[in-house]
Design a protein around this ligand. Structure first.
Ligand SMILES: NC(=O)c1ccc[n+]([C@@H]2O[C@H](COP(=O)([O-])OP(=O)(O)OC[C@H]3O[C@@H](n4cnc5c(N)ncnc54)[C@H](O)[C@@H]3O)[C@@H](O)[C@H]2O)c1
Length: 326
C-alpha cells in the first residue's frame, strides 16, 4: 500500500516506517521535525511539513495514498497540564486538518496513535477497551476528542479507522540503529539510562505515596517494534466507514522503582534517584488488557519482557549518546 505517515520521523513513527518499508509498502513521511529526526528515516522518505500548514498538507496527501498513519502530536502529560493550548491546537486542530485533507483526497483508511491516557484513573485493572474514558489530563482529553471526531468522519465520509491506545512505548530497534531521542527527555526508561550513562545527574521520581506496593506509579511497557507490528495488522483490518479501538500493552505492570532496579541489573551502573511530589495528571496504575487485538487481529508481542525492552533501549543509548546525527 501507499502509506502517508504523519510524525513518522518521531520515536514510534520511525520504527513503524522501517517495518512498513521492510514489508514492501511505499511510505511518505509528513513531519515538521519539531521532535523528530530526519536521520531516523531512509533518505527521500521525508516530506517536511506541519499539520497547521494546510497547503503543504493538501499538496502532500494526494489521492494516491491508501492509508494514513497519524503519529504527529504533542504527547507529554505534564506539559499538557501547564500548556493545554499547545495540545488543543496541535492534537485537535492539526488532527482535523488531516481528516479534512483525507476527505478531500478520498483516502479511506486511518491508523491513529491513541493512548492509555484516554481512560483516566482506572476503576478496574487490567484496562479493557470498554472501560469508561474519563481523562485526567489535557493530553488524554485531546486524544479522546480526536477519536470521537474520527467516528463521525467514518459514518459521514466513509473514512475507516483503527485507534490504537498504546500504554507506555519503550525499547529500541534490537540492532541498535533506531531509538528514542527527545530533548528534553520526558520518558522514564531513557531518563534512567541517560542517568546510568552519567548524562543526567539523577532520576526524579514523581510521587512515592501512590496506593501501590512501593508507593510509585505502575505502568505497562510495550516494545516499540511490537507496536509497529500492530500498526501493520491494523492497517490491513480497516473497513471503510467503520472504526475500531484496541489497547496495546503487555498486561504486566512495573513500578518506577522496579524499572530502576531492572535497569541497574542490566547496565551494572549506579542510578541516583531523588524523590519528589506527585505530578498533576498521573494515574497510580495503568495496565492494559490487549486481549481484543490478540483475538481479533492475531497480535503477538515478540518482546514482552521488561528486561528485553530495557536491554534494547540500553544498546541504543550506549551507542548513540548524543542521539541522532542531526
Ligand atoms: N511514547 C509513548 O509512550 C506513547 C504512548 C501513547 C501514545 N503515544 C502517541 O504516539 C504518537 C507518537 O509518539 P512518539 O513517542 O513517537 O512521539 P514523538 O514526539 O517522538 O513523535 C511525534 C512526531 O510528530 C511530529 N509532529 C508533531 N507535531 C507535528 C505537526 N504539527 N506537524 C507535523 N509533524 C508534527 C514530531 O516532529 C515528531 O517527529 C503520538 O501521537 C503520541 O501521542 C505515544
Amino acid at each position: 500500500m501507499n502509506v502517508f505517515v504523519t510524525g513518522g520521523a518521531g520515536y514510534i513513527g520511525s520504527h513503524v516506517v522501517r517495518l512498513l518499508l521492510a514489508s514492501g509498502h511505499h511510505v511518505r513521511v509528513f513531519d515538521n521535525l519539531s521532535e523528530g529526526h530526519e536521520a531516523a528515516l531512509p533518505s527521500g522518505a521525508l516530506y517536511k511539513g506541519d499539520l497547521m500548514d494546510d497547503d503543504r498538507l493538501v499538496r502532500g496527501l494526494t489521492e494516491r495514498y491508501d492509508c494514513v498513519m497519524h503519529f504527529a502530536a504533542n504527547c507529554y502529560v505534564g506539559e499538557s497540564m501547564t500548556d493545554p493550548e499547545k495540545y488543543y491546537f496541535n492534537n485537535i486542530v492539526g488532527g482535523l486538518r488531516l481528516l479534512s485533507a483525507m476527505r478531500r483526497a478520498g483516502c479511506k483508511r486511518l491508523v491513529f496513535s491513541s493512548t492509555a491516557a484516554t481512560y483516566g484513573n482506572p476503576i478496574k485493572t487490567p484496562i479493557s477497551e470498554d472501560h469508561p474514558t474519563q481523562p485526567i489530563n489535557a493530553y488524554g482529553q485531546t486524544k479522546l476528542d480526536f477519536e470521537h471526531a474520527m467516528a463521525y468522519f467514518a459514518s459521514a465520509y466513509g473514512i475507516g479507522y483503527v485507534a490504537l491506545r498504546y500504554f507506555n512505548a519503550a525499547g529500541a530497534a534490537p540492532d541498535g540503529t533506531l531509538g528514542e531521542d527527545h530533548d528534553p527527555e520526558p520518558h522514564l526508561i531513557p531518563v534512567i539510562l541517560k542517568t546510568a550513562l552519567g548524562q543526567l545527574h539523577e532520576v526524579k521520581v514523581f510521587g512515592v505515596d501512590y496506593p501501590t506496593p512501593d508507593g510509585t506509579c505502575i505502568r505497562d511497557y510495550v516494545h516499540v517494534n511490537d507496536l509497529a507490528e500492530a500498526h501493520i495488522l491494523a492497517m490491513h483490518s480497516i473497513e471503510p466507514g467503520k472504526g475500531r479501538i484496541y489497547n496495546l500493552g503487555n498486561g504486566s505492570g512495573y513500578s518506577v522503582r522496579q524499572v530502576i532496579d531492572a535497569a541497574k541489573r542490566i547496565t551494572g551502573r549506579q542510578i541516583p534517584v531523588t524523590e519528589g511530589p506527585r505530578r498533576a495528571g498521573d494515574p497510580a496504575v495503568l495496565v492494559a488488557s490487549s486481549e481484543k487485538i490478540v483475538r481479533e487481529l492475531g497480535w503477538r508481542p515478540k518482546y514482552p519482557a521488561i528486561e528485553t525492552i530495557i536491554e534494547t533501549a540500553w544498546k541504543w543509548h550506549k551507542s548513540h549518546q548524543d542521539g541522532y546525527d542531526d
